[in-house]
Design a protein around this ligand. Structure first.
Ligand code: ADP
Ligand code: ADP
Ligand code: MG
Length: 624
């Protein structure tokens, strides 16, 4: 095993790699930009080296700085993670030339798969089915247009050097082709410095199916089954799972065999992913799955494969890079249960998925699922890098079970004031079309209205939660829950009756007799987290005064109204939550309950009395 590894990356993937390396006793070296000086990956590593200013082009993408850092720290190997320099063959070669171990495939394999047209041509030769289309060198717009016409619309124009969902245009009709080509070329030139394109038939009901492959230096190539990454937004994956829903034995055999053949064709080594596009209009058919591209690195969504196979793919990478044989043979690799991953992005779905940056005053993710993240509470999301701030990964015995768990985990996300897509993710996971297992890549767009609710008034639950906190604070409950026990009313479109109840040292709050969600005070805002979304409220306007002098607990009228029933007498012992008095207003009856268990010290109102908002109606006393 290599003695040490430098991780040429940041964020969640750097943390992820460091964890496995540490477990294997491999010394870890992080690199970081000025913007990441306080980032978790820097602290997690045994050593860390500053490699430049915030922009990636001046730090994480500068090969020489990274090589210098490796030299200075005596690193034995470099792991590139994904993105950045991971698929840069020149960098891989430079690492090898510097006498270091490159934790990745041979530069020749990266090169062979680097351009989509050359890769497709190569795959075609190796007998791997590829999407029908035009791969020619002739880039004359007239020629491209004729090829598109011949393929038949819709077609997809793709930058041959493209990646990350960029440099792609779907063209529905011949008359739109020229404009789409021009804009695709412009984007390709700007993003990849190469404006060449290929044209593919646009597959109907497209499902993204990919196969995890692994190869070692000793000629072994295996696959670790497939993943389905069809839930995408603008060609970017949002939810991934393993296995693929509806996968048949025949289709799996076809796709995994093709993937292994593809890896062999380029003398692959290490972790790789072969991406296929499937026509899902009639389920997954073995003859309707085509090679799309190969990603010659560890994939963002590798954890779902880890969950269903029980393997640590980063460990496999480090072993293979050290020259060891693959840990398992093909027939020893098993698939158990179902795994799902959701990508948590710092973005605002309501605002057209605009990236959201700023301090993470609150960053709490559920503890009972796997979380891969590279940020923490108190940290910051800067505008310099990818907006993905965490991955939530679950598994379960069935697809339904996994989806339910993941939806629950997404709803439990508490992030503020940076906005996230957590609520959106939960709605995707709850959607019947997703649960049916037939979602294609058009799923999000098709259901945008249901998945992305317009920025409207916060839900009642959020308002209630904020009300809860306001009352708790006004009542000074932290000092003595008993003293603060009150019935109370918060103004708004509809009066809300809030009761604080102390039981077993735990403060319970009910609002209109329903348990209220919690809210927290963050800086000067009351923030309620409801189903993955954060709702911030300004300094509260509390209507109705609290009688701080009430010893024990009291019940105040939530609104101006008439007492229609008095349910207890002075001296009566009451249970927590026991109905005490009923007030009528706006043709509605509100029964106020005991905020604490105790004894009725005084009933201050009678049936028929007109009472005002905030008027003390019943006073309770604690019994020792
Ligand atoms: P995956 O299939 O693993 O999701 P992607 O192609 O979406 O892979 O890319 C993985 C990561 O690398 C993403 O964070 C993406 O933003 C980044 N990335 C991919 N290609 C490029 C590129 N050409 N330039 C910059 N970043 C890229
Ligand atoms: P990138 O390098 O940006 O990841 P890909 O070639 O992998 O580019 O395509 C990204 C996504 O675009 C796919 O996951 C799929 O959703 C969609 N896509 C690609 N090719 C086709 C096609 N021929 N028909 C329909 N959708 C496609
Ligand atoms: Mg891709």
């Amino acid at each position: 095993m290599i003695e040490s590894v430098l991780i040429a990356n940041r964020g969640e993937i750097a943390c992820r790699i460091i964890k496995t390396a540490r477990r294997l006793g491999v010394r870890t070296i992080a690199v970081y930009s000025e913007a990441d000086a306080g980032a978790p990956h820097v602290r997690l590593a045994d050593e860390a080296v500053l490699i430049g200013p915030a922009p990636a082009r001046e730090s994480y993408l500068v090969a020489d700085r990274i090589l210098a850092a490796a030299k200075a720290t005596g690193a034995a190997a470099i792991h590139p993670g994904y993105g950045f320099l991971s698929e840069n063959a020149q960098f891989a070669q430079a690492v090898i030339d510097a006498g270091l171990v490159w934790v990745g495939p041979p530069p020749s394999a990266i090169l062979a798969m680097g351009l989509k047209d050359a890769a497709k041509a190569l795959m075609q030769k190796a007998g791997v089915p590829v999407t029908p289309g035009y791969l020619g060198q002739d880039q004359d717009p007239e020629r491209l247009r004729r090829e598109a016409d011949a393929i038949g619309y819709p077609v997809l124009i793709k930058a041959v050097a493209g990646g990350g969902g960029k440099g792609m245009r779907k063209v529905e009709r011949g008359e739109d082709f020229d404009a789409a080509l021009t804009s695709c070329r412009r984007e390709a030139a700007a993003s990849f410095g190469d404006d060449r394109v290929l044209i593919e038939k646009y597959i109907t009901r497209p499902r993204h199916i990919e196969v995890q492959v692994f190869a070692d230096r000793h000629g072994q190539v295996v696959h670790l089954f497939e993943r389905d990454c069809s839930v995408q937004r603008r060609h970017q994956k949002v939810i991934e799972e393993a296995p693929a829903p509806g996968m048949t034995q025949a289709a799996r055999a076809a796709v995994t065999e093709a993937a292994v053949r593809a890896a062999r064709a380029v003398n692959y080594e290490g972790a790789g992913t072969i991406e296929f596009i499937a026509d899902g209009s009639e389920g997954l058919q073995p003859d309707r799955i085509w090679f799309m591209e190969m990603n010659t690195r560890l994939q963002v969504e590798h954890p779902v494969t880890e969950k269903v196979t029980g393997q640590d793919l980063v460990e496999w990478q480090l072993r293979v890079a050290s020259g060891e044989p693959l840990p398992l043979k093909q027939d020893e690799i098993t698939l158990t249960g179902w795994a799902m991953e959701a990508r948590l992005y710092a973005e605002s779905p309501e605002a057209g998925f605009l990236p959201s940056t700023g301090p993470l005053r609150r960053f709490r993710l559920p503890h009972d699922v796997r979380i891969d993240t590279g940020v923490e509470e108190g940290g910051e999301v800067t505008p310099f890098y990818d907006p993905m701030i965490a991955k939530l990964i679950v598994s379960g015995p069935t697809r339904q079970a996994a989806a339910r768990r993941l939806a629950k985990a997404c709803r439990a996300v508490e992030v503020y004031p940076v906005k996230t897509n957590a609520g959106f993710l939960a709605r995707v996971l709850d959607h019947p079309d997703f649960l049916s297992g037939t979602a294609d890549t058009g799923f999000i767009e098709r259901h945008a209205e249901a998945l992305v609710p317009a920025a409207a008034a916060p839900p009642a639950a959020a308002q209630q939660a904020a009300a809860r906190l306001r009352v708790a604070r006004s009542a000074g409950v932290s000092a003595d829950p008993w003293r603060g026990a009150v019935g109370f009313r918060i103004g708004g479109p509809r009066p809300i009756v809030v009761a604080l109840k102390a039981r077993d040292e735990i403060l319970q709050v009910t609002i209109d007799d329903q348990p209220a969600p919690e809210a927290v005070l963050i800086d000067d805002a009351y923030v309620a987290f409801v189903d993955g979304e954060a709702h911030g409220f300004g300094e509260p306007r509390v209507s109705g005064a609290l009688d701080g002098g009430v010893a024990g607990g009291g019940v105040l009228s939530p609104m101006p109204g008439k007492v229609v029933a008095l349910l207890v007498e002075a001296g009566a012992s009451v249970e927590l939550g026991q109905p005490l008095i009923t007030v009528e207003a706006m043709k509605m009856e509100h029964t106020l309950t005991a905020p604490v268990a105790g004894v009725v010290a005084e009933a201050l109102a009678r049936v028929g009395d007109q009472v005002t908002e905030g008027q003390l109606l019943v006073r309770l006393e604690k019994v020792d």
